[in-house]
Design a protein around this ligand. Structure first.
Ligand code: GDP
Ligand code: MG
Length: 162
């Protein structure tokens, strides 16, 4: 079994965009509509680190469910399957109550977590990150998934945890 990287985070933070970038596929549906990815998506990471799988947990959100149930299910998947969890947040929108709820659940699990601030294109990186230190998940990896910016550095961190 290959190591598994799980992408966790509230809808619309860019999980599917990062999935597509990492796998160079269009398997995960990217859209402005939150929760559009219906099923869990798995793919092989094609970026020069050791062979591993990435799972886009976005599809386990049910539109009718609240964020608590959503995050619980995401975390469940991450717990069961992941070797490393990438907890993605939206640097443009800043810290949200949903982010805090997910962080709270993630913190309880014994898996390595990397906080990933996405959509930093056009933002001041230091200011974009500052909001998220209160999550107490350490230094965020700052990326723009749609451009691939910061992804090599992120993968290097992942590699060190595998
Ligand atoms: P998901 O719901 O977490 O899977 O989020 P998606 O991958 O579907 O992305 C939600 C929206 O954010 C889409 O409109 C993406 O194009 C946009 N997006 C994703 N990554 C970036 C990024 O790095 N920069 C910017 N500006 N937009 C992004
Ligand atoms: Mg998605």
């Amino acid at each position: 079994m290959l190591p598994v990287i799980a992408l966790v985070g509230r809808p619309n933070v860019g999980k599917s965009t990062l999935f597509n970038y990492l796998t160079r596929s269009r398997e995960a549906l990217v859209a402005d509509m939150p929760g559009l990815t219906r099923d869990r998506q798995y793919g092989r990471v094609k970026h020069g680190i050791r062979p591993c799988l990435v799972v886009d947990t976005g599809g386990i959100a049910d539109d009718a469910e609240g964020i608590e149930s959503f995050s619980r299910k995401q975390v469940q998947v991450a717990l069961e399957e992941a070797d490393v969890v990438l907890f993605m947040v939206d640097a443009r929108e800043g810290l949200s109550a949903s982010d805090k709820a997910i962080a709270e659940t993630l913190r309880k699990m014994a898996k390595p977590i990397i906080l990933v601030t996405n959509k930093i294109d056009g933002l001041d990186a230091a200011i974009a990150a500052s909001d998220f230190y209160s999550l107490a998940l350490g230094e965020p990896s700052q990326i723009a998934a749609s451009h691939g910016r910061g992804v090599p550095e992120l993968l290097e961190r992942v590699n060190q945890l595998l």
